[in-house]
Design a protein around this ligand. Structure first.
Ligand SMILES: Cc1ncc(COP(=O)(O)O)c(C=O)c1O
Length: 313
């Protein structure tokens, strides 16, 4: 189904793709206070399924709480609406929930603060063409010019549109220099995350190696991050949360990013340094293979993570 034939859920009803619009003076557009979450949809032997739906909805509720956004739709209603949106849009591979103030407001504080919620299910492949094609293994550039990610400005746990704006100039520069993504640091050079992904690295030598990821006082509690940590534990791999200085990262034998759309995403170059052998490392591959088997329903490990759109008998 082409995306422009799809339907979008808006506060309890379905509207055509072109009709899911808001006014240019809507407060949520002008002030960037749009809460969202992004969920992957997978075709499995038991039909289409949403991955870790409950956790994504809990995160949306948390974003609204942190940002004082007035979400009036209940989690049960959102849950049912997500399933119905996927049912009505066969072949969708992703679902995006957005909540924003759609009333026209000139003041910073809206007089009608209640959010309008939109749920769109779409296929990434035929949505807007990308500037640069996504690679299977990527080059990451450390953002050093505007070092200084300050969790006290926007809580890293809030998935709100405005928090992505500061990373956009850095992404442009990285793009022009032939890199695929950027790594954001704190003022003291500690690693945080990429604008839309968490970071992991593998330190130590074979036999004593450890997977390390920055703690959640600095980064979004990514759902893929949590998934990978649980998979690592089930495989007997040591995985810890710890501060990582950017200089230590250069010495890592493996680096990978995680996010909902890419899963486990190997990094083979950091600035000018080649990571490991310049190809995805063994631990990254193992986690990636296990992750793919789980989301596709091939593996029965962690059965509660797939939320099927049709009741299972
Ligand atoms: C800032 C940030 N960090 C990390 C992630 C990865 O999170 P998840 O695995 O839940 O997609 C995202 C994407 O949602 C993000 O926006």
């Amino acid at each position: 189904m082409p995306n422009n034939r799809r339907v979008i859920w808006r506060d309890g009803e379905f509207v055509d793709w072109e009709d899911a619009t808001v006014h240019i003076l809507a407060q949520g557009v002008q002030r960037g206070s749009l809460a969202f979450d992004f969920i992957s949809v997978h075709e499995t032997p038991r039909g289409a399924a949403l991955f870790r739906l409950n956790e994504h909805l809990a995160r949306l509720v948390n974003t609204c709480r942190i940002m004082s956004l007035d979400l009036r739709t209940s989690v049960d209603e959102l849950n049912a609406a997500c399933l119905e949106t996927v049912r009505r849009n066969p072949g969708a591979t992703a679902l995006r929930i957005s909540g924003l103030v759609t009333s026209v407001e000139l003041d910073l504080l809206p007089s009608h603060p209640e959010l309008t919620v939109f749920i769109a299910a779409y296929s990434g492949s035929d949505l807007a063409a990308r500037r640069t094609p996504l690679r299977d293994a990527i080059k990451l550039r450390v953002e050093r010019l505007k070092q200084g990610r300050r969790p006290e400005h926007i809580d890293p746990q809030a998935k709100v549109a405005a928090s992505y704006t500061p990373a956009i100039p850095a992404r442009w520069l990285a793009d022009e220099a032939g890199f695929d993504d950027v790594l954001l640091l704190t003022e003291s050079g500690l690693v945080t995350e990429a604008p839309t992904s968490n970071l992991f690295c593998v330190t130590g030598t074979e036999g004593t190696s450890q997977i390390v990821t920055p703690p959640t006082d600095k980064v979004l509690r990514g759902i893929t991050r949590d998934t990978v940590m649980q998979i690592a534990a089930s495989l007997g791999l040591s995985c810890v949360e710890a501060d990582i200085h950017v200089d230590e990262l250069q010495a890592a034998s493996e680096i990978f990013l995680t996010n909902t759309s890419r899963g486990v995403w190997p990094v083979v170059q950091l600035d000018d340094a080649v990571i490991g052998a310049g190809t995805p490392g063994a631990i990254t591959r193992r986690l990636q293979d296990n992750f793919r088997a789980i989301v596709s329903g091939e593996s029965n490990d962690f059965p509660g993570w797939l939320h099927y759109i049709e009741a299972q008998t």
